[in-house]
Design a binder for this molecule. Structure first.
Ligand SMILES: Nc1ncnc2c1ncn2[C@@H]1O[C@H](COP(=O)(O)OP(=O)(O)O)[C@@H](O)[C@H]1O
Ligand SMILES: [Mg+2]
Length: 167
């Protein structure tokens, strides 16, 4: 379907015979916001892991922007623009909040391994990084090492690093 950005057909995942996700048919349109709700053990995390390729489906297919991504790796899917955050935060603990967002922006621009570049060139990303930190309410933690942020603020930081990839 041309107007759906993410769709699945019969998405199923079994763990040694136990069916955790059973025949999920999704049709997500660009720009829409959805929530997936259910009690503990319902299969929400498994479903997300399937969509973002952290788990392989037992059956079913996943299409993103009209392309079959069922057999793709997580990093390749992320590069296509399907980006996730994690229930347990995944930030670089020893980098500051600003540096975490800046690394994401560099990645988005394909410059992530330019660590040898001068500080001056890296500051190109700083204005945008500060904007993203402001968007998630972390301005006053800009120079705080990410590892020292509370759980909730780590999650907010992760939203900022995810948005930096223009997902
Ligand atoms: N790696 C795994 N091996 C075996 N069973 C799993 C595994 N991951 C999840 N499950 C089971 O699949 C079901 C769905 O789990 P999960 O997707 O984490 O649910 P939710 O996120 O909705 O709480 C649960 O019964 C869970 O025990
Ligand atoms: Mg879960």
């Amino acid at each position: 379907m041309s107007d759906s950005i993410l769709s699945t057909k019969g998405l199923t995942r079994e763990f040694r015979g136990f069916v955790a996700v059973n025949g999920v048919n999704l049709d997500v349109k660009a720009g829409n916001i959805h929530a997936l709700i259910g009690p503990n053990g319902a299969g929400k995390t498994t479903c997300f892991n399937l969509l973002t390729k952290f788990l392989a489906p037992t059956r079913g297919t996943i299409a993103f922007k009209g392309r079959d991504i069922t057999g793709m790796k997580p990093a390749d899917v992320a590069r296509l623009g399907l980006v996730r955050s994690f229930q347990i935060s995944a930030v670089f603990a020893h980098l500051t909040a600003l540096e975490n967002v800046r690394v994401s922006l560099q990645r988005a621009r394909g410059a992530s391994f330019d660590f040898w570049r001068s500080e001056k060139i890296l500051t190109v990303y700083e204005d945008r990084a500060r904007e993203l930190l402001e968007d998630v309410g972390l301005t006053e933690y800009t120079d705080e090492p990410a590892g020292q942020l509370s759980y909730g603020r780590k999650r907010a930081l992760e939203i900022a690093t995810t948005l930096a990839l223009d997902p």
